[in-house]
Design a protein around this ligand. Structure first.
Ligand code: URA
Length: 429
């Protein structure tokens, strides 16, 4: 057996070897205790980026991440638990209408979420734009909320004890160029979701310009790895691969996205948000073993009632006006034609520069900041028509945001209409 020291583990992986279960358990545990230095774990992460991990190594790495903290248990709840995780995209506010919709269908939805970093927004930042709403919910209160059929969904911050090794490792990966590794991403996401205690999980794996995974083949590989990790750990897991070339819906930014989500719950909202919300809801409801049509539950207002109860349960006032930015700027079409491209990365960057996102984990966000999109790819536009409205409290942010936003779209001829399929594939075992 290889000696249990960090250097030999790093060199084994650097040279293309396979790590034993004992080596993985030891290195993750020693890192959690601070006995393996950050620079050693960073070197190991870089070796994994280059050399990869086998399915067995990835499963063991995930188990070690889970074992670094505590695992929640909701098996005694009277309703089946099911959650959704998205790998992150621009304008991805799907959790907001989806969690209350699935709860209204009869499931319990325990969702531990994160704050945004970089160009993609975080669900907690969006919900925190609702006056009074709080992300910190003690476990005992989570159980009460999940048990109450009138609420049934809780979206809250993960406690410090949920996969703490992943929290430390992710912070290192973020600053050492080691995020882009399928086994590391899969184990990072799945360790938190398995530790969260959900019995079933639907993954929304994003593909395209605004996503981690730029190609369908990479997204399928990531989805397959996560579905295997979930299933092997007893969590019924299915993944949809969905397009993230263009932002979801017509808004990117915290309060702007809450307002759009409420439109969906009220029976309106953009077609792509409704389509993806219903597709994910159908998968979740099926995994939970419920025979309910989410489209009916959305249409008859039960999902909206559940949203109001869910927001109130975490201190929020669902009727309070949402924060609005102090300043706006309009970007107009320079000529008539068809919008052939609206790039998720460019719009995400513009929203971030306007103040909707953060550069460091502790930075504040502006709740009213962001980008409103008045046209989506495939729409005809006239010369001078407003295409985007930029919102911020800090007008000095406009120059940088305008540079990103203006480079994010193209107007072409009618025959160049882009393909706009949203749901690209499904991965299950
Ligand atoms: N999200 C995570 O939680 N972990 C990753 O590694 C990437 C995205």
């Amino acid at each position: 057996m290889a000696a249990l020291d960090a250097v030999s583990i790093i060199t084994t992986k650097r040279d293309g070897g396979e790590l034993s279960d004992t080596q993985i358990d030891w290195v993750v545990d020693a890192f959690t205790k601070g006995e393996v230095a950050d620079e050693q774990m960073s070197a190991l992460a870089m070796a994994i980026v280059w050399r990869g991990m086998t399915r067995r190594e990835t499963a063991r790495w995930t188990a070690a991440m889970i074992a670094s903290g505590s695992r929640m248990d909701f098996t005694d709840l009277p309703r089946p638990t099911v959650d959704k995780h998205s790998t992150g995209g621009v304008g991805d506010k799907i959790t907001l209408p989806l969690a209350p919709l699935v709860a209204a269908c009869g499931a319990a939805v325990p969702q531990l979420s994160g704050r945004g970093l970089g160009h993609t927004g975080g669900t907690l930042d969006k919900l925190e734009s609702i006056p009074g709403w709080r992300a910190d919910v003690p476990v005992a209160r989570m159980r009460e909320i999940l048990t109450d059929p009138a609420i049934g969904a809780v979206v809250c911050a993960a406690g410090a004890d949920l996969a703490p090794a992943d929290k430390r490792l992710y912070a290192l990966r973020d600053v050492t160029g080691t995020v882009e590794s399928i086994p590391l991403i899969a184990s990072s996401i799945m360790s938190k979701k398995i530790a969260e205690g959900t019995a079933a999980l639907v993954l929304d794996v994003k593909v395209g310009a605004g996503a981690f995974m730029k190609s369908l083949a990479d997204a399928r590989e990531l989805a397959t790895a996560m579905v295997e990790l979930g299933t092997d750990s007893g969590v019924r897991t299915v993944a949809l691969l969905t397009s993230m070339d263009t932002p979801l819906g017509r808004t990117a930014g915290n309060a702007l996205e809450v307002a759009e989500s409420v439109e969906v719950l009220a029976g309106g909202g953009p077609a792509d948000i409704v389509e993806l919300t219903l597709a994910l809801a159908r998968e979740m409801v099926a995994l939970a073993g419920l025979d309910v049509d989410p489209a009916e539950v959305l249409a008859d207002g039960r999902a909206m009632d559940q949203w109001r109860a869910m927001i109130a349960a975490q201190g929020g006032d669902p009727d309070a006006p949402l924060p609005a930015a102090k300043h706006t700027e309009t970007v107009r079409a320079q000529r008539a034609g068809v919008l052939t491209r609206l790039d998720a990365m460019g719009i995400g960057l513009a929203a971030w520069r306007l103040g909707a996102g953060r550069a460091r984990q502790d930075d504040p966000v502006q709740f009213g900041a962001g980008v409103e999109m008045h046209a989506k790819p495939g729409d005809s536009v006239t010369a001078g028509q407003p295409l985007l409205t930029l919102h911020t409290d800090t007008p000095e942010a406009f120059a940088g945001a305008l540079a990103a936003a203006s480079a994010a779209f193209d107007i072409g001829a009618a025959e160049e209409k882009p393909a706009t399929a949203l749901i690209l594939d499904r991965v299950a075992r």
